[in-house]
Design a protein around this ligand. Sequence first.
Ligand code: C2E
Ligand code: CA
Ligand code: CA
Length: 773
Amino acid sequence: MLTEADPQLAKNYDEDLRRLATLSGAGITIAGLVLLAIIAYAGWASNQSATARESILLQNGLNRGIARALNEQKSVAWWDDAVVKITNAQIDTEFVNSNFGVFLTETYGHDEVYILNGENRPLYAFTAGAQAEAGQFETRRAALAAVVAQARGDTSTSTGLKNRPDAFGADQNNYRTLTGAVEAARWAGHILSVDGRLAVVAAITIVPNVDMSLLKGPSNLLVSVTYIDSDYVTTLGRSLLMTDLAISPTAASGDGVVAEPLDGDDGTHAGYLTWTTHRPGQVFLNFILPLVAMGVLATAVLANGMLRRLKKSSQALAMSEQQSRHDARHDTLSDLPNRPHFAEKLDHALSEAAAGGKHVIVAYVDIDRFKDVNDTLGHQAGDALIQAVAGRLKAKLRPKDLLSRYGGDEFAILWSATEPNAATLLAERIQSAFSTRFDVNGQSLLVTASAGIATSTGHTTTGDDLMRQADIALYEGKTQGRNRAIFFSDDMAHRVEERRSIELDLQAALANDGLRLNYQPIIASKTGAIVGVEALLRWRHPERGEMSPATFIPIAEHSGLMPELGEWVLRRAMVDARLWPDLQVSVNLSPVQFRQVDLEAVLQRLISEHGADPRRFILEITEGVLMESCDRTSATLDAIHRMGFLTALDDFGTGYSSLSYLCNFRFDKIKIDRSFVSGMSKSQSYQKIVHAVVALGKGLGMDIVAEGVETEAEVAIMTGLGCGELQGYYFSKPIEPEALSRLLKTHVPVSSIERAEFQAVALAEPLALAATG
Ligand code: C2E
Ligand code: CA
Ligand code: CA
């Protein structure tokens, strides 16, 4: 089947595009999101690891705090003097105060200092900046018991404390080896809740640093408490470059503030350490992420815009493709399928019909005298008429029928039918389309059309055959007088064949000098003298014998042979005319020749070739010529006149015989048609018309020639009516040039006066009319 402008194709195209758009949109979105996620994660992760690092630093700091406390204790606890001066028996108070209580609290910021003896009985206490009752220790004993026990190396009971790396111990190996106090030097440090407050609790044995022999029995134990208060934390923070490190009861966090639980090794929870974490990832989150997000967004917007434009332009492309596909198969003016389109559908219909044993009917419709509409009302009106006719025909057809604009004013109809009288039905429909007047540009026109209808006979008929047959029938309709539908018949084809063979033979005759001219004398009615001749073409067909120009001239006109044939006639006439220098020679011009663009040039060339005097030649033109393009007709007539030729309006009285032609175009002669002349004796109105024409013609300076004068009576009447010249069998049939030459020698003119007696008898009426005119 034919592919009409395919909407499915456009739709597929559209879907493909939509899929592409969706895919690329999704691709960009996913890629963008992944990129953003990566950046966000990188930012988040580097922030996380920075914070984690800070947490570790913080823990290390706390651990180091314990080690520092122990180191500070060690500076006084591992000392020979301390062993000597602090015994169960007696304590050198001054020594202990200055080297333990005051020294540790003032120099190192310990808050409470206790010294226990070998049995953990308190020997000394220094609290709140002053020496206190040693028994004060009892208020702390429970809280500090675990650390004391650990420092004593008591492994029998679990301390229940969280283990911390022993930063202090790692530094003491040297010392212990040196002193040999492997057993005696012991220590423990923890962070514990003391009196409801978190504190660094450190305990260390008081042992000699030089003379190990001084140590007798279990050693004393130095215990100190350093509260982790805001000062402690601030100092810790400064050492860790965490300047805003603080203790907070809640895990309050803000912009970049993180919190770490501050728990004692005994499991007590004492709030949170908070600080502003370094956030190296923030540059990713605050700067790169938004930038990239903007980039992704811009890319998405850009891609979206591009896809939109791509979609738009490809849609436009698809549309224009569809349009040009449509245009290639349709006529622009009527939007009907064009000729190739029709031919395709016809072939298809024929093959289908042949398979189904059906017939296909085609009609070839041609608007009658369309050219007149075009020429008189303009091309716009012509176009409007074409459209109106297309509309009318379409309305008369069924949807399954096909109407095509086949050419200028020609339409073709494909009628698929099963009814036996289908062709007649189609003919009726076509004719009914023209039954009412057309309104064209405000003008009401009665337009008719001729149609040729052909029916396929079987599988042998091709589309070309069928269209040719319809064309033949149309031609027949046109020649039969238009405004009718004619069915193709075989004898029509036969006639066409015949015409074709005549055409070929005529071509041959033209080439082989098989044509000749005869001349029919034209008589001056007053004197009876031969004043001119009309050249008439003669052809003896090799088989058919002498053939009438009325038969073969139309064939020549139809087949395009006329210009050549016409030129041959003109040339022949110019050559022959030299034989009769006193005669005017009339030559018939076919409308086809008249329309020929180079007619002027042809005439000019012939004149100079033969040295002919154009004033001796009268070119006879029929009314049909005048009905065609007015401007061009006038121009051509003027050009002919300018060259010096005379002109005659031939066959006046047939066809339209419009008097306006006589006014609008200048002719030298009017030739009244034979049918008019022979009708004259029967009808008085004919006489009146001729009389009027003669009067008008004379008024316009035109001579009147009566054609086909056969009888004495006609001679008399036409003379009486005022025709200046007469032509007809009465005087002579068209004759060979030699015969004419002879006739010219023997001819005895009979003047009209000599015929007057007869006229008076035969033509009482016309004469009376003439006399009054
Ligand atoms: P037409 O131009 O009207 O030529 C006059 C025709 O009437 C001639 O017919 C002539 O023989 C015929 N005729 C003349 N007197 C009488 C008469 O008294 N009685 C009768 N019955 N007929 C008479 P023909 O020669 O057969 O030519 C027929 C037509 O063929 C011409 O009509 C003309 O239209 C055309 N024709 C002839 N020769 C040429 C030519 O060379 N060129 C062109 N274009 N057309 C030509
Ligand atoms: Ca003529
Ligand atoms: Ca004539």
